[in-house]
Ligand binder design. Sequence first.
Ligand code: TRP
Ligand code: SF4
Length: 400
Amino acid sequence: MFADRVLSGMRPTGSLHLGHYHGVLKNWVQMQHEHECLFFVADWHALTTHYDTPQIIEQNVWDMVVDWLAAGVDPAQATLFIQSRVPEHAELHLLLSMITPLGWLERVPTYKDQQEKLSEKDLSTYGFLGYPLLQSADILIYRATHVPVGEDQVPHVEFTREIARRFNHIYGREPGFEEKAKAATKKLGGKKAKLYDELRVRFQEQGDSEALESAKSLLDEQQSLSYGDRERLFGYLEGGGKMILSEPQAMLTAASKMPGLDGQKMSKSYNNTITLREDEASVTKKIRTMPTDPARIRRTDVGNPDKCPVWQLHLVYSGEQTKQWAMQGCKSAGIGCIECKQPVIDAVLAEQRPMRERAQLYLDDPSLVRNIIADGCEKARKLASETMRDVREAMGLSYG
Ligand code: TRP
Ligand code: SF4
């Protein structure tokens, strides 16, 4: 299987639009062939800001999954699930909250930013403060190695790494760790035990990273070691304890340059979107009525594509030839704006056609979607419960 495990979540707070498709979903579709992928609906995260409009969340959960499937996310390749159907996320969130300093949460940049941005809502809640920690639980519970996120979410992944480190630091050293690590070293056998010790000391005293690598490959070759002993020896090597939670890496997805109908970034709050499965007539109408270069009042006026939002869409959707045609036609008043818009309309419709078709399948038989999610939740719970077993044990909660 894959060595990497990719995990990402999306909050179900509104219909997905072409900005989500170009910015996130295309990337998910690509990654599902290259990595083990888990994608989930972050419905609890949506409640942190939309606690007073539960109907919005309810309505958007299933629509969003259909949008994912429509965009080409393939349930045979990726695991799709809903956060609240894997209650282990909540348990890990609670347990991690025991070791999370308040100051760390207050310092996460999105905390104050979002409070200010959404000032019409009262976000001085316990749940909202804990948003990044819930996200950490989402990530750590699957021991995800990579988390594809936009730039605004990078601090959350960084925060997650710090939580993992703190957890391992506090709980990774089981009682008698040194003795157990020494006993495990002996099990390597005389020569290898000696080599391991030399390499360990060389790394710890001189920071020799080659020694660290050699020691790691030495351990990798030891097939007879138990899982616990292996982990101990890896931990002992770097001076820390056992790695119970692993640190994920942010995978920065190229920020979507998807322009909206008015030339600003496409966003629900600017009311300038085309939704993923919008019907053809509406897409056509929206693009036909898009504003163009304001200086081009009459058909005979020359225009400047740099001042026109339609040109931004040509940059996303058109090939070189079409772009040339539009650029020259605009600057020379050789074409009219309606003419100029037609290839963009055609390209958007062509992009959406397979999406609408795929979606129809699921709209005709909603039980397909329910089953996909039920399967995904089951798989996710299995993975989550493995981590929870280790976490409970480390925190002294595995009784009898
Ligand atoms: N906070 C993310 C966002 O607003 C959504 C999210 C929740 C998430 N949990 C996650 C993303 C875990 C990646 C990994 O976009
Ligand atoms: Fe915009 Fe095209 Fe009209 Fe020029 S011709 S103003 S690029 S729509």
